[in-house]
Design a binder for this molecule. Sequence first.
Ligand code: ADP
Length: 644
Amino acid sequence: MTGERILLVEDTPELRSHLADEVLRPAGYDVITAQDGAEGFTLARDLEPDAIISGYEMPRVNGLSMLEALRETGMQVPFILMTAEGSEALAVRALRMGVSDYLIKPFHDSELLQALQDALRRHWTRRITDQVPEQLLQANRQLEQRLRELDTLVTIGKRVTGQLDLAQVLSQVVQAAVEVTGAESGSLMLVEPGTNELYQVASTGEAQDAGASLRLPIADSLAGRVVQTQQPLVLAGDELQKIKTSYLFRALAYVPLLLKNRVIGVLGVTTRQEIRPFEHHTIRLLGLMADFAAIAIENARLYAATEKERDTLNTILRDTEDSIIVVDNDGKVLFVNPAACRTFNLSASRTQGRPLAEVIDHREVVELFDKEARSGRSRRTEIALSDGRYLHAQLTIVRGVGRVVVMQDITHLKELDRIKSEFVTTVSHDLRSPLTSILGYIELVRRSGPLNAQQQMFLDRIVSSVQSITALISDLLELGKIEAGFDEDREPVCLAKVFRDAIETLRPSWEAKRHTVQVRLPDDAPPVLGNPLRLRQVANNLLENAIKYTPDGGQIRVMLETEGDFQVVRVADTGIGIAPKDLPYIFDKFYRADEAIEHYDGTGLGLSIVKGIVERHNGRIWVDSQVGQGTVFTIMLPNHTSSA
Ligand code: ADP
């Protein structure tokens, strides 16, 4: 330790300046010097140095006399005596008088420094041990108390988070509050919404004797005051005071239970013995307890709300007529509702946690859940059951849960659809002959006499309208045939050739619009098993749409790829695109986007025909589109080998 003030008393000037300037100051000490014992005594008394180094033999007052005089004033400073004499008697005398060390001249500078250091250290150690124990003990006692409080807080914290029985948690909070505050009784009251009253939910000690069913008006009670002010209330008094309840106290502390800045209750402790008011620190601890209680109450409320919601949800899932299956991200069954159990003949308990493919013997359902399935874009499909029923299945990916499929029975809709289709087919058929007659008669009118320009124009318009109706009727009849499952003849078909032929046939249309057509149609791709005429219809419809819905000078690309067991054809254009709101419906019969209705001719049946054909070939079709950027239709058909 350096920086201490050292008084050096020495009559020989050389030794004095050597020790002061070359030994003590360089070692970091603050040195005061005196020439003899008399001067040393005065300086020591006035400046109270941390240590004195003094010679023995000096004019006027010698070193030991100076020490003696200082001791008489009560000064207990480390004292190092330097003497040339070295007599035993002097040493004994000096030590008896309490000098810290004794150096015989000549000594080495380092000996002096060492002696000084040791003397100072001994001195400080003694002073610390003399003075500090009581403070230490007190600090220790306080620390132990804090540790006990912390312990209580941790225990209560654990209980609050680990226990769901609210009554038990609250009663433990009250007990702990009484314990940490050193009070005798405690109570916890909650605000009853709508009544302006507080009711007691937990209590110990005398508060407990006051009755579990205690109720207090918020407007006119001490606890009520805490609710109104949102502040703790601390009272103490010599006199036992009577509070509104029936029990008595000398000191009281109430703290609010705050939840989202709202007081939901009051935690209070009281004592009869102690007259002192509860300390600030104690009130803070009580506040912490109140926070715990508020958390426990909120936890319990949330838990009850969650339970209720779960019950409601369970009832809905149990009672709904729709079949619902949920699988996790690994494809294992999480949940199957009773309707799904009935539909697929399952037992809910035996499906839980097992891979879906093992529990459901239905290819389409399993495929719908298949994460890798390409059809995943729209994830809506129709499922035919062996008993003749049809389900409409919708898959939703729920992040953090897995995949959920809801299946609705649409058998009655399918039946209606069939009846409607039959009707449409019959009517279409019956309309064909009158339309042919109209065209025939128009031809006759044209031949039977000169027509003026206006008559000619009217006839042209009639022909164009009749032609659109005829196109519509042909489409309807086509659709009827596809849906009825005619044209079931199958043969290996090379999709590359089908699309290339279609592109060639449509060359006049796309050249007229100055489109460029790029193809990647490898002839060596595996064939599919299909009806060549129907597949050609698919190619024609997709290409006609691409040409039609792409403004002049656009680009159309047709790409065929083999992806595993499937042939995948993409028909991409740089056309007007399809708005997201229209995307789910464009494969529906007669559906046309507003943009198409306004600016382009069409029946709205082309894509229904395409979808019908693709599905009849065990394939899938989907669309990706960006308004103003373009559209990609993708069809996927199984390879001949794998579909055989
Ligand atoms: P349409 O006779 O109207 O072309 P489709 O059934 O072939 O009937 O198509 C249905 C609707 O889908 C169209 O009306 C149009 O809105 C939209 N559509 C189809 N293909 C395309 C495409 N390549 N680009 C933009 N929209 C398209």
